[in-house]
Design a protein around this ligand. Structure first.
Ligand code: CDP
Ligand code: MG
Length: 742
């Protein structure tokens, strides 16, 4: 049956494929339906709720009859609800019947594209099939890349459990600053960024017999670069199998790129999903989401809810609103379990979303984009889609990179809706209008390579000996101006010489797993003899998620505690203070608790710092220390971040050097009341305004010392010696308001 059809391998019975198509049509049809949105339903007084109320007052044991009723309504119970053994779950996955066919096809073809609906078992099963088929018998590994850290960790945990092995032995994962593998590791999940780093050590990936580029449709920058590198390797490593695995319909494009590699399609199970739109745009989608959750909970049959939000802050805000409203409703309604999932959530908490929902209860999962395709959560019947995601945007003309919330694409919206139709027919509530879907959203998400800063990747490609970046084999090429800007920046950072060749500084920078500005800062610290201090600062800045903890009910206490750490020279030194005091308490968690510091963030900073310290030998940097030398610490920071300079302009506003863009100091900064004339900022964030987050005070003249090739005398000269205005009175109140909003 395994015959080729064009570039497509066809497997299984024909009627299966036909059925799949029909389902797809139905799904599309529903999409176009004119429907009314659930928000118009009254919160109280629905039949369902009355019934429930009555039961509650009747007796506690009444839930069993209701459960049965619910079971009828749910056409199919999910595997977890049926409490199947791990083996049964594995056999129930859509990929399972194709095991042999898949292995045969892999045996025959060096490169293959594997396409299958999310949740069909591509990520967790295929590496195990390969392992069992002997692909690791000669001590080689099976690699599988993931665009997201959380996915790499959670999938590795799941697979080690399925194989009955301890995580970190046969099955492990590797993400930036965290290597959970050992000599015995044969199945290795890793972020795509980590595989790119591995190329530096092992340019032909000799340690691997199979490499799976998973979630290829996500088109992250690193994945896109890996495509080109791997395509090249397969030409001389005929023993290396390359699998490109993807959820949606980009397969033909991947096949074209990889010299007409065959496509293996795993027929999915997809049930119709009914789409609802709002009648008018929602002003506050977090609020709208929480209302919709409650309405589903009160009026709809059992089945879990998945909500897509843009990040940790939104998830926490939504969780808070929801908890409050649930409390107000009291015991009138059945149990609703709220579970968040985002990248920085501790892994014990992440595991919770996979636990089966107790009978009679409902789970609502508040997730970032990670749940769009990377993680499959069983039992989802309702999806709430506000239509936004956080994306990195780099403006090559202004040289500015910022993380902003943008509308998702139609492809993304459909992918999200599809999450409701995995176990049975589902419903998706879009918190935007049908008009917006059709007219305001882009067809597809723009691949990352076309919208982010390329500095890091250019440096890595250069250190792999790839010089001609314009003619590199890209699936979609980056904009030429972004490439040129990256080259210019690397030249200014002294990573490249005027011929565009890697310098010895550049080679060292590429060794450090941080972006070029940060690695330049670390190397500059060597010269200023403040390496310990700069590594602390680098580690604290690399922790994603907040260091300071500010619970609403103890906001004043938290603010006071935070102010005690403030350093007059800026946030970087404030962060250093926090770290050093923590070290002084012998890494105490109790201390963190008392001074409103996130213990988890501190532990992570410590891990990162340890790793960076461990790399100093390789880059020939002596770990010097001089904690009191604020000037040299700030000069080292400036040497890395001289692109991120802003100068006071007026009315609390700053203008960035060179490009003169108007920005402000972030209200959370320690410099907010005592504005400095010159600052170096760590990053720009776009919220209500364009804010500089984490600023350090500098002297404009230092720019001539640390970046004489970039700044001219007249650009750093202060024409006025006027004292900087103090922020007080009304302006200060305004600031406090802004701060409380964040
Ligand atoms: O990669 P693909 O989307 O095709 O599927 P998968 O991630 O391999 O998921 C297959 C099954 O494993 C799903 O039913 C998931 O719910 C389950 N799974 C899990 O229980 N725990 C995880 N950490 C990951 C997956
Ligand atoms: Mg997957």
């Amino acid at each position: 049956e395994d015959q080729m059809r064009g570039t497509s391998l066809s497997f299984g019975a024909r009627d299966k494929a036909k059925k799949y198509q029909e389902q797809e049509k139905e799904y599309n049809l529903v999409l176009e339906d004119e429907i009314e949105f659930i928000k118009s339903l009254p919160l109280a007084g629905t039949r369902k709720k009355k019934k429930k109320k009555k039961k509650d007052s009747d007796s506690e044991s009444s839930s069993s009859s209701e459960e049965e009723e619910e079971e009828d309504e749910q056409p199919k119970l999910t595997a977890t609800q049926k409490k199947l053994s791990i083996d049964e779950v594995r056999r129930s996955l859509p990929v399972f019947p194709f095991r042999e066919a898949l292995l045969n096809a892999i045996n025959e073809h060096q490169i293959m594209i594997i396409e299958g609906e999310t949740g069909s078992g591509k990520t967790t099963q295929i590496p195990q099939y390969l392992y069992d088929a002997g692909y690791c018998s000669d001590g080689k590994k099976i690699g599988c890349t993931q665009p997201r850290r959380v996915a790499a960790m959670s999938v590795a945990a799941r697979v080690s459990e399925e194989m009955g092995k301890k995580l970190g032995n046969e099955v492990g994962y590797s993400i930036r600053f965290e290597d959970c593998t050992n000599d015995r590791t044969r199945i290795k999940y890793m972020t795509d960024g980590m595989l790119l780093r591995e190329f530096l050590m092992d340019p032909s990936l000799d340690g691997y017999s199979v490499m799976i580029i998973d979630e290829a449709h996500e088109r992250t920058l690193h994945t896109d670069i890996l495509f080109g590198l791997l395509k090249d390797i397969t030409r001389f490593r005929s023993d290396l199998k390359l699998l490109i695995s993807s959820a949606t319909l980009d397969s033909a494009k991947f096949s074209d790129f990889f010299d007409e590699a065959p496509i293996f399609r795993i027929p999915g199970r997809r049930y119709p999903v009914h789409i609802y739109y709002t009648r008018s745009p929602e002003a506050n989608y977090i609020d709208a989401a929480s209302v919709t959750i409650l309405q589903i909970h009160i009026t709809q049959h059992l089945g879990d809810i998945l909500v897509f939000l843009t990040g940790q802050e939104e998830i926490e805000a939504c969780q808070e609103i929801l908890t409050e409203r649930l409390r107000a409703l009291g015991s009138k309604i059945r149990e609703l379990i709220i579970l968040p999932i985002y990248a920085n959530l501790p892994s014990e908490m992440q595991a919770k979303i996979f636990e089966p929902t107790p009978p009679g209860a409902r789970k609502v999962i508040l997730a970032t984009n990670i749940a769009e395709t990377s993680l499959t959560i069983d039992g989802i019947k309702y999806v709430i889609d506000p239509g936004y995601a956080k994306q990195n945007y780099f403006n090559a003309r202004s040289g500015m990179e910022s993380l902003i919330v943008v509308p998702i694409s139609r492809a993304s919206a459909n992918q999200r809706a599809g999450r409701a139709g995995r176990v049975g027919p589902g419903k998706c509530f879009r918190l935007y209008t049908q008009w917006a879907f059709e007219n305001e959203m882009d067809e597809n998400t723009i691949p990352e390579i076309q919208r982010v800063n390329l500095g890091n990747v250019v440096l890595q490609l250069k250190s792999l000996g790839i010089h001609d970046l314009i003619n590199f084999d890209y699936l979609d090429p980056p904009p030429a101006e972004a490439l040129i800007l990256a080259l210019e920046q690397l030249y200014a950072l002294k990573a490249l010489n005027h011929k565009g060749e890697l310098t010895s500084t550049g080679r060292k920078m590429a060794e450090l797993p941080v972006d070029p500005m940060m690695s330049r800062m670390i190397l500059a610290a060597d010269q200023y003899k403040v390496v310990e201090e700069i590594l602390t600062i680098a580690a604290m800045l690399s922790v994603n998620g907040s260091i300071f903890y500010r619970p609403k009910d103890k906001a004043i206490h938290a603010d006071t505690a935070r102010k005690n750490f403030f350093h007059p020279d800026g946030d970087h030194l404030t962060l250093m203070n926090v770290y050093n005091e923590w070290v002084g308490t012998d890494y105490s968690s109790q201390w963190c608790y008392e001074v409103f510091i996130q213990y988890r963030s501190m532990k992570r900073a410590r891990d990162i710092r340890d790793q960076l310290v461990g790399l100093m030998d390789r880059v020939e940097v002596q770990v010097t220390s001089n904690p009191g030398d604020s000037v040299n610490i700030r000069k080292a920071i400036t040497a890395g971040y001289f692109y991120h300079v802003a100068r006071f302009s007026k009315g609390g506003m700053y203008k960035t050097a060179k490009k003169s863009k108007t920005v402000m100091i972030h209200p959370q900064s320690c410099m907010i009341e005592d504005l400095p004339r010159w600052v170096v900022y760590h990053e720009l964030v776009m919220t209500t305004k364009e804010y500089m987050r984490n600023v350090v005070v500098i002297d404009g003249k230092w720019l001539l010392e640390v970046a004489p090739h970039y700044y001219r005398d007249n650009e750093v000269h202060d024409a006025t010696s006027k004292k900087m205005p103090k922020v007080k009175g009304k302006a200060k109140e305004e600031l406090q308001k802004e701060y409380n909003k964040l």
